[in-house]
Design a protein around this ligand. Structure first.
Ligand SMILES: Cc1cc2nc3c(=O)[nH]c(=O)nc-3n(C[C@H](O)[C@H](O)[C@H](O)COP(=O)(O)OP(=O)(O)OC[C@H]3O[C@@H](n4cnc5c(N)ncnc54)[C@H](O)[C@@H]3O)c2cc1C
Length: 295
């Protein structure tokens, strides 16, 4: 499979990339790792006339601490996320989740910005980023704006990014004392995209879960936050987890396709949310360590 012919541009700054997006309009596409865009181009489902490669824009790479947040440039690869000592220490849930993505080739080329902008319903990172309460920063000709990851994806493969905006960074809070997270996934066996993936972040004080956030991916056209599960846990002990997780199947319409029926995805959601919550509590209380090993 061969793509249609295209021009190739390689800006070195975000402003230059935005100027190129303005210049070429609908004919242009940003290129990050190419792991979603190039297959789509080879299938001729997209035929951009110009590719704007973000690979040389230095401001878009790297992982750094900023106060009690961790900032990841949009071009940070999944491998960089899973292997970052800073993230493993300050935000282990994100490193653990990146370890679940695809295979070594995908993890070495695919980027956090490309994954979020592509908005594949089976992408892993949105579940963890929603559980963490992460935000993204987007820059366009009119300036910049910040939005919560849970507000970024509006439908399957569709985000609220404007055509001439560049997603420049992802910001996530560092975990505080008493917090623990876990990601549990049922992968599609061939691609390893999530049929369903569940991320949980809990805060535990003594025996009580004082706060919980749960993100779900793969189950529905967009990644989800599960407020009913969170509310059922807040102020409770870990004994409340099974009943809270049973609510993970409600309040959303499941994807139903050749890979899994909607009913099966709803079942997976309850199982994976329960496992993620149980392990998150174990991590928060020092009874288990985050899992950084990759597949
Ligand atoms: C075989 C295979 C298996 C995979 N398995 C998994 C998996 O298990 N879990 C998972 O989560 N993912 C999986 N992926 C997806 C992979 O993780 C990539 O993250 C994903 O393909 C998109 O990232 P990219 O950097 O390759 O983006 P690209 O393909 O370069 O771009 C994707 C889209 O985002 C736009 N874009 C890119 N960067 C920006 C930016 N900074 N601002 C605005 N728009 C931008 C592009 O214009 C394009 O429309 C898999 C991919 C493949 C090919």
């Amino acid at each position: 499979m061969i793509t249609a012919a295209f021009d190739y541009r390689r800006p070195t700054t975000v402003q230059e990339a935005i100027a190129l997006l303005q210049q070429y309009g609908d004919d242009a596409k940003l290129l990050a790792g190419g792991h979603s865009l190039l297959p789509v181009m080879k299938l001729r489902l997209a035929e951009p006339k110009v590719l704007i490669d973000l690979g040389r824009v230095r401001d878009l790479s790297g992982i750094r601490q900023d106060g009690n947040e961790v900032v990841l440039g949009a071009m940070t690869t999944h491998y960089d996320v899973l292997s970052s000592a800073l993230l493993q220490r300050l935000c282990p849930l994100l490193a653990e989740t990146a370890a679940h993505i695809g295979d070594p080739q995908v993890r070495n080329r695919g980027t956090i910005g490309g994954s979020l902008a592509h908005a594949d319903p089976g992408a892993d990172l949105p579940a963890a980023l929603i559980a963490l309460g992460a935000t993204i920063r987007a820059v366009g000709p009119g300036g910049e704006r910040t939005l919560a990851v849970q507000d970024l994806v509006v439908d399957m493969l569709t985000t609220s990014l404007q055509p001439n905006e560049v997603l420049v960074e992802v910001r996530t809070p560092a975990l505080a004392a008493g917090q623990g997270g876990a990601y549990e996934k049922f992968p599609q066996p061939a691609s390893r995209f999530a049929l369903v993936g569940a991320a949980a972040l809990v805060t535990v004080q003594g025996e009580r879960i004082t706060a919980a956030r749960v993100g779900l991916t793969g189950a529905a056209p967009t990644p989800l936050r599960l407020p009913a599960v969170e509310a059922a846990l807040t102020g409770q002990t870990a004994a409340a987890i099974p009943a809270a997780a049973a609510q993970a199947a409600t309040g959303w319409e499941p994807n139903d396709d050749l890979h899994a029926s909607g009913e099966y995805r709803q079942h997976l959601a309850t199982v994976l949310v329960r496992r993620a919550l149980e392990r998150a509590v174990a991590v928060a209380t020092g009874q288990a360590a985050p899992r950084f090993g990759h597949w």
